[in-house]
Design a protein around this ligand. Structure first.
Ligand code: PHE
Length: 339
């Protein structure tokens, strides 16, 4: 037995010594120390060794196990180190080689403009909400006082999915959804994509708007104008000029269209503003009491104003983009030119 153990040790150490790869090392470990390995068998058979020899043989066997384990661990370190060095050699980087430069990503011009406007609204106390892009006929038209067969539905040339479900044609459904769920007083703003069946160089079937709605007691046109003026100043600077034109929306009464100093020519007059020095800022008005009542708000106590700027046109003007489609093609050659 003692002889056998000596031989196992000699054999084992020699095998470990000769090894050159990690896989073979594992095989050797299994052969000697594994569940059915040579040494394990002997350790298991200890009970058959005569009692007077058992202590000595046991101690030798243990010694052999320790020595073999030690040899295997040392070899493992040696092989792993060698592999690491070889890998490092293979993956060597020449740090003196000139860099190819890194390409920085940037936010899309529409996202940047939207973020700027949302930041402004949040500073003015608005809560930002989001409502569905696929809307029901009820929220998109009916609840906004645009009954079936109303010409406004025609005007918007909608993209219907079924007879009663459509891609929202404006963000105004957010007004109704807010009035139904929030308790006055509140101020909400809802940015998002809207869809119309329009397609030429200045119209895209997808474009972006946002909806702002303020509901409180004693709200009137003067409050609306004060807020709009403040927004225009914060967006375009102190010397911005504004003008107001009467307009019509079924959900605001009175309705107005607000123009601000043309940002392309700074008011001097150019082809974009057709020489007037003004370009359209947005449409809005005082919330029609009919809408308040339909959404469950007492129109004798509360009133409000709403407005809904389109943001694509502003982005086109400030970046001198000739065709609205460029904003949606994600062509890097175009996007890289945007400031
Ligand atoms: N939803 C209108 C449009 O798309 C704009 C608007 C918003 C008008 C809010 C009045 C109040 O043209």
């Amino acid at each position: 037995m003692k002889e056998k153990l000596k031989e196992i040790l000699k054999n084992g150490l020699q095998k470990v010594e000769e090894l050159v790869d990690l896989k073979a090392l594992d095989e050797v470990r299994v052969k000697f120390l594994g569940k059915t390995g040579e040494l394990t068998q002997i350790l298991r058979g200890m009970k058959d060794v005569p009692a007077e020899e058992r202590k000595e043989v046991g101690s030798i066997a243990n010694n052999v196990r320790v020595k073999l384990e030690e040899a295997i661990t040392n070899k493992l370190c040696e092989l792993e180190n060698a592999k690491l060095l070889a890998d490092m050699e293979k993956e060597k980087v020449d740090i003196t080689e000139p860099s190819k430069g890194t390409k920085k990503g940037a936010l899309h011009p529409l996202t940047r403009f939207n973020n700027k406007f949302m930041q402004l609204c949040v500073e003015m106390g608005f809560t930002v909400i989001q409502t569905p892009e696929i809307e029901t006929d009820y929220y998109n038209f009916e609840a906004l006082n645009v009954p079936k067969n109303h010409p406004a539905r025609d005007m918007q040339d909608s993209l219907y999915i079924t007879d009663t479900i459509l891609m929202r044609t404006h963000t105004s459904p957010a007004q109704v959804r807010a009035m139904e769920t929030m308790k006055p007083p509140f101020k909400i703003v809802c940015p998002g994509r809207v869809y119309r069946n329009d397609n030429d160089s200045s119209h895209s079937p997808i474009f972006n708007q946002f909806e702002a709605l303020v509901i409180d007691e004693n709200i009137g046109l003067k409050d609306f104008m004060t807020m709009v003026k403040e927004m225009a100043v914060r967006l375009y600077g102190e010397d911005v000029k504004m003008r107001v034109r009467p307009s019509y929306f079924p959900f605001t009464e009175p309705s107005i269209e607000i123009d601000a100093t043309c940002q392309m020519c700074k008011g001097k007059g150019c082809s974009l503003c057709k020489g007037t020095g003004f370009s359209e800022f947005f449409g809005g008005g005082i919330v029609n009491p009919v809408i308040l009542e339909m959404s469950g708000i007492d129109s004798n106590k509360y009133s409000g104003f709403a407005f809904g700027p389109g943001i694509d046109r502003s982005v086109m003007v400030t970046n001198k983009i000739p065709n609205i489609k460029y904003l949606f093609r994600n062509d890097l050659r175009f996007l890289k030119q945007m400031k």
